[in-house]
Ligand binder design. Sequence first.
Ligand code: SF4
Length: 106
Amino acid sequence: MGVTTLQGLTGWPDRPCRNTKAELWFGRSSNVADHLRESPNEIVLRLRTAKAICAGCPIRVECLEEELAFGTDNQYGVRGGLTAKERVALLRGRRKAAGRSRGEVA
Ligand code: SF4
């Protein structure tokens, strides 16, 4: 599903990430002074907040599938209620399951 398709969904104008700061979804740039970097606790809190916002999104499933379409090498930030790491794990799990259903041995 492409961006154009996402924007065509009836829930698009009501997506709760609208008008939020990119930092919530992607974290602070790593090009900042040490004292401005996120602490591990700040990262956990930020990710929980972003995921909670996604949980109430009317287009969460479609958003997630759109991000998954970018593949394992192009996952950044929280999208569709999952972190980039979680989406990569999901993609790998799907690939393994698809391989098993085709009778391939890992
Ligand atoms: S699932 Fe999350 S990131 Fe995707 S549109 Fe909804 S609120 Fe935004």
